[in-house]
Design a protein around this ligand. Structure first.
Ligand code: AMP
Length: 190
């Protein structure tokens, strides 16, 4: 089983690349952002709760996010491996994921980060906001808050995975195909 964490700041291209990688490596793609948005669209209790955080660009609390992720993994036990996109985003989430996978006799194979400059990404998200309909992509203040959340809570995970020798980074600027190629080179080398 191969379990990959796709890591990167908001707008770095995780979702776009996940679409290619899940096909290429036959992985189950789990995007916590997409699952929250699905719940918002369907007006579930989870969606209503998540929306209050997401609309401001804040992270959804760990307990809620971890429980949701675990139940998604449990729904896909026949999977050949997982591609985690947008999870983990805090140290508690990373530790919970490790413990959870270990319980199943499994582990994270590698974390691959898409690197890009904040200012390029802010412009990219504002552009995406014109068509995505996402409230958190349409307001520069909310976007900047998402970067602050990333810097404070998510960036420390790089050290967490580096300490386990599982962290790889690729340049996230280039054509979609070029970046898929860079990510594939890392995954093929694992
Ligand atoms: P994304 O689609 O990955 O950019 O996520 C959009 C929003 O969903 C984030 O700004 C958070 O509010 C929420 N979210 C997604 N994944 C997580 C997570 N792992 N932990 C907490 N909040 C999350």
């Amino acid at each position: 089983m191969i379990n990959i964490v796709l890591f990167g700041k908001p707008g770095a291209g995780k979702g776009t690349q996940a679409e290619f990688l899940k096909e290429k490596y036959n992985l189950t793609h789990l995007s916590t952002g997409d699952i929250f948005r699905f719940n918002i669209k369907n007006e579930t209790e989870l969606g209503k709760l998540a929306k209050t955080y997401m609309d401001k660009g804040d992270l959804v609390p760990d307990e809620v996010t971890i429980q949701m992720l675990q139940s998604e993994v449990d729904k896909n036990l026949e999977s050949k491996g997982f591609l985690f996109d947008g999870f983990p985003r805090t140290l508690s989430q990373a530790e919970a994921l490790d413990a959870f996978l270990e319980n199943k006799g499994d582990k994270i194979t590698a974390t691959v980060a898409l690197e890009a400059d904040d200012e390029i990404l802010v412009k990219r998200l504002l552009e995406r906001g014109k068509t995505s309909g996402r409230p958190d992509d349409q307001d520069e203040e909310k976007i900047r808050n998402r970067y602050q959340e990333y810097n404070e809570k998510t960036a420390p995970l790089m050290q967490y995975y580096k300490a386990q020798d599982k962290f790889y980074a690729v340049d996230g600027i280039g054509s979609i195909a070029e970046i898929t190629h860079r990510l594939s080179s890392v995954i093929d080398s694992l």
